[in-house]
Design a binder for this molecule. Structure first.
Ligand code: ZN
Ligand code: ZN
Length: 154
């Protein structure tokens, strides 16, 4: 009997934690990595462990509540599943911009038809440098060049 009560209690606690994690993701407006999510969750519930975050994300993924992205090849980002959109990733600062792409929807339908496939996912990931980072890159190049010039003049 006692163990039953403990199980019920811990199950309730787990459910509450998962609910909180999902809400944090929704509040964050997408794209948190596990660490960021963990930091935010700990402010609300200091006892939460990182492995709980990972386990919950795995479950959410299986349930189709959350999408996992690997934008930079190392960290995994999570976001609540919502209408199909794609990502533009800045390699300089990690900024992520979402865009929609009607072409991809058409492609999904066409390839699906041609191959007799039910295409459920299509993701376009574009990477490059955002306006801020481009400016920074330009500035640092100009700095380096002018340093060189003064060096030559000496
Ligand atoms: Zn950037
Ligand atoms: Zn997104």
């Amino acid at each position: 009997m006692a163990t039953d009560i403990i199980n019920v209690e811990s199950r309730k606690r787990i459910t509450a934690q998962r609910q909180m994690l999902l809400e944090l993701l929704r509040e964050a407006d997408g794209h948190l990595d596990a660490d960021e999510l963990y930091q935010r969750a700990r402010q609300k519930q200091p006892s939460l462990s990182l492995s709980t975050v990972y386990r919950s994300m795995k479950l959410f993924k299986e349930l189709g509540l959350v999408e996992e992205h690997q934008f930079d090849g190392t960290r995994r980002h999570y976001e609540p599943k919502q209408g199909s959109h794609h990502h533009l990733v800045c390699l300089g600062c990690g900024r992520i911009i979402e865009f929609s792409c009607p072409t991809t929807e058409k492609l999904k339908a066409r390839i699906g038809r041609e191959e007799g496939f039910e295409v459920t996912e299509a993701e376009v990931r574009l990477a490059g440098y955002c306006p801020d980072c481009r400016q920074r890159l330009l500035d640092s190049r100009t700095d380096a060049e002018s340093e060189q010039e003064t060096g030559e003049r000496r």
